[in-house]
Structures are given as C-alpha cells and as structure tokens.
Design a protein around this ligand. Structure first.
Ligand code: 13P
Ligand code: SF4
Length: 305
C-alpha cells in the first residue's frame, strides 16, 4: 500500500467508524491530510469539547489526549501512538506543585497545558502559548506561580508587568536546543528574512524575533505577511507545512536541532490502526482527575475566548 491508498482507507474508515482525527500542528504532512482538524494546543482543546463524533483519535502527544478526555469524558479518546509523550509535561508532578504552593502562599498557580491531567488537578488555571497573556491579564491575582516553562513565562511576564511571577526551572528540550548563535548565523545567511519564533524558545532568541507566537500564530503571520522569506524558530515540521501552504515563499529552519522526537513518533500507519480500532491507547483517567482537572481547563477556555 502506498501513502495515498492508506490515506484513502483512513478517510473511508473514519466516516464509517464515527471517528474524529485531531492533529497537532507538529504532526507530519501525510497525517495533516487525513485530519478533521489541525491546530495549536488551544484550538485543539476547544475542538475536543465540540466534536460530534463518538471517538477521537489524537495525533499528538499524551497530554493532548488527556485534555481531550477531560473535556469529552463520555467519548472514547485514543492516543494514536502511546509512546508519544511530551518531555516537558514529565518535568513536574502534582507533588512538586503542592510543594511549590506551600513555599509560595498567596500565589495563583498557572499551568501550561503541556502538563499531566493529574498535575492540573492542583492548579488554578491552564494556559496555552496562544492564550497565556490574555488569561493572565484577566486573572484577579497579582502573584503568579507559572509552571513549568520559564521561557514562555518570561515572554508572558514582559507583557504583564503589573503581575509578580515565580517560575519553575523546566522548559521544552526541543526549543531550548536553539540559541542566539543560531539567530546570528541564520540572519547573516538570510538578511531579508523575518524571524518567527515560538515563546518556548530561550529569551535570548525571543528578544531578537520579529514575531513570537504559537504554532498556528506563526503560520498565520507568515501567510499574511508581505515578506517572502522567513526563519522559523519552532519544530521543524512547521517549515514543511509552510512550504506546502505558501510555495512562493521561502522558509528556513532556525536550527536543525529544533526537532521534537516525540511529535515525530506518530506515523500515518499509527493513525490507521487507531481509527481501525486495533492500535493506539485508549485514555482512561480516574473520575476525580477528570472532575478536578476540568476546572482549570474550563477556566482557560472561558478566559481565553
Ligand atoms: P502550541 O501549538 O500550542 O504553540 O504548542 C507548541 C508545543 O510545543 C506543543 O507541544
Ligand atoms: Fe513537548 Fe516541546 Fe515536543 Fe512540544 S515540542 S511536545 S513542548 S517536547
């Protein structure tokens, strides 16, 4: 079977089996082409709560499938490749959060969505890269414990100077593999290109960017911009997607090290097996975890708009 035939089978089977395929923007082009919805973490969360199908196949990483399950507890949620986890989401557990809260009384805990469902049961609100600034500005609290990504936190802090922040020493290993020397090298090689980066990059990279935003924010900016050349400071797949969408523009990856091996785990064949009901992992969460983690996620959707 070739890619095209496999895609046709998936499309046929998902209709027959009443399955919705959600894919994160970092998934590969062959998976994008069979997905019902592609988006950044915030858009995927909103979609997860609104899909009419009884089964959701998540092509992404584990915390995304957990968020889906929390928002749609009556649906069957399948993570297409059970091995695909997010290293950042594994940096901190619920006990670490409780300890940080004990050491910092009077702080509201704001968790990046890239955390486990269990951790989310201990926090006040969840944010994504595209909703963090809006949500934190809307919070009545002045003191914010921002976990686990201090790079995203730094970017948010600069836009919310009226708040006090404390950070955890975590971060995304993929984006942290880029640095200011990559920016200098790539700017010298492509002097007319605009630099578009994800806020999970180090502050030294973010400070030099022409645009900072989520995965879909970066794609939207590149599409709407009059510029024709762009250096992309996020996961490598976005360069490929941009090339497909805007073949007349040029896209260069900020660093060849900006590859998320976990996002690359899921293959089209994994999606096929999950849709066919013979692969992937059904996400099962204790009822208490669903109830308690839903509150900060619902708050995110309400405040994030
Ligand atoms: P967003 O698409 O929400 O910006 O997320 C980036 C990311 O690293 C997801 O794991
Ligand atoms: Fe996690 Fe970073 Fe990979 Fe996103 S890109 S899944 S935050 S390791």
């Amino acid at each position: 079977m070739n890619t095209r035939e496999l895609q046709d089978r998936i499309i046929e089977m998902k209709k027959k089996n009443d399955v919705c395929i959600l894919a994160h923007a970092y998934q590969s082009q062959d998976i994008w082409e069979v997905a019902d919805f592609i988006g950044d973490s915030f858009a995927l969360s909103k979609k997860a709560a609104a899909t009419p199908q009884k089964t959701i196949v998540m092509s992404g990483v584990r915390f995304m499938a957990e968020t889906c399950k929390t928002l749609s507890p009556d649906k069957k949620v399948i993570l297409a490749n059970p091995v695909a986890g997010c290293p950042m989401a594994m940096e901190m557990n619920r006990e670490d959060v409780l300890k940080m809260q004990e050491e910092n009384p009077g702080y509201a805990t704001v968790a990046y969505i890239n955390t486990t469902a269990e951790l989310k049961t201990a926090v006040n609100v969840v944010v994504t890269s595209s909703s963090a600034v809006k949500i934190i500005r809307a919070l009545p609290d002045k003191n914010i414990l921002f976990i686990p990504d201090p790079n995203l936190g730094d970017w948010v802090q600069k836009q919310c100077p009226e708040k006090n922040f404390k950070f955890y020493n975590g971060g995304c290993p993929t984006h942290m593999r880029t640095g200011s020397s990559d920016v200098k090298r790539m700017r010298a090689a492509h002097p007319d290109a605009l630099l578009l980066v994800h806020p999970e990059c180090r502050p030294s990279v973010v400070e030099m960017a022409d645009y900072v935003g989520s995965t879909t924010g970066i794609m939207k900016y590149a599409g709407e911009s009059d510029a024709s050349q762009f250096i992309i400071g996020t996961e490598a797949s976005i360069v490929q997607h941009l090339q497909f969408q805007y073949p007349d523009k040029q896209f260069y990856l900020l660093s060849e090290n900006c590859v998320c091996y976990n996002m690359k785990m899921t293959t089209l064949m994994d999606v096929y097996n999950a849709v066919a009901g013979k692969g992937g992992e059904e996400i099962v969460l204790p009822e208490e975890v669903i109830t308690l983690s839903r509150k900060p996620i619902d708050r995110m959707i309400q405040l994030g708009g």
